[in-house]
Ligand binder design. Structure first.
Ligand code: ZN
Length: 192
C-alpha cells in the first residue's frame, strides 16, 4: 500500500498557537484533497506531536476525542475523505506531567509513528508522501524514505530542534523537502 501522511496543525487546519482547547476547523479544501488522494489509491494518515497531555492541559482521552472530532468534521464534508488512522506522540522531553516526560522516538523529527503505520498497514514508504509545514515533519519523512512536501506559509515557525535529541548529521541530511508548496491544493501538481 502507498500512503500520504499529513501533519495536522498548520497543514490541515490553521495553527492558531492555542494549544488547548483545540477548536480549529479543517481548512475547507482538506476533505476534497483527501478524497482525491484516496481515489488514487493512497491511504491517508495524520502524524501529530501532541503536547497537551505533557503540559497538563488535557487528558489523553480528551485529546483523542478532539482528534476523532476533527476526523468526523472532514468526513462530513466529503464521505470519501476517510482518514485511516491518526497516530500521535504524547511525549515531551520537558513534560510537566511525568508520565509523558520522555526522549521518545515517536515525536517528530523522529519517525517511529511512520514505521508503525508501515507495519500496521503494510505501507511501502518509498511510494508514500509526508506533508508538513515544519522541518521536523520533513526530517521524519525523509529519514524513512518518503517523498516530502513542505507547505511554506507566513506562519511557519522557527523551530527549535535542539530539544528533540536528534543528531546534527541527521538534521543536515534530511531537512530539505522534495517539494515546496504554498497551498494544499498544489499537491495535485505533485501527486496525480
Ligand atoms: Zn513520543
Amino acid at each position: 500500500m502507498k500512503a500520504v501522511f499529513f501533519d495536522k496543525d498548520g497543514v490541515l487546519n490553521k495553527d492558531s498557537g492555542i494549544i488547548w482547547p483545540k477548536l480549529e476547523l479543517p481548512y475547507k479544501q482538506v476533505a476534497d484533497v483527501i478524497s482525491n488522494l484516496r481515489s488514487q489509491g493512497f491511504l491517508i494518515f495524520i502524524i501529530s506531536n501532541r503536547t497537551e497531555m505533557a503540559r497538563g492541559l488535557a487528558t489523553e482521552e480528551e485529546v483523542v476525542k478532539s482528534l476523532l472530532d476533527f476526523k468526523l468534521q472532514i468526513i462530513e464534508q466529503n464521505k470519501e475523505a476517510i482518514i485511516e488512522k491518526i497516530y500521535y506522540c504524547p511525549h515531551h522531553p520537558n513534560a510537566t506531567i511525568e508520565t509523558y516526560r520522555a526522549n521518545c522516538s515517536c515525536r517528530k523529527p523522529h519517525s517511529d509513528l511512520l514505521i508503525k503505520a508501515k507495519e500496521e498497514y503494510n505501507i511501502c514508504l518509498n511510494k508514500s508522501f509526508m506533508v508538513g509545514d515544519r522541518v521536523s515533519d520533513i526530517i521524519a519523512g525523509n529519514s524513512v524514505g518518503c517523498k516530502t512536501i513542505q507547505i511554506i506559509s507566513n506562519e511557519n515557525l522557527v523551530e527549535k530542534l535542539i530539544e528533540s535529541n536528534i543528531s546534527e548529521e541527521i538534521i543536515n541530511s534530511y531537512s530539505s523537502p522534495h517539494y515546496k508548496i504554498t497551498h494544499l491544493t498544489q499537491i495535485y501538481e505533485i501527486i496525480s
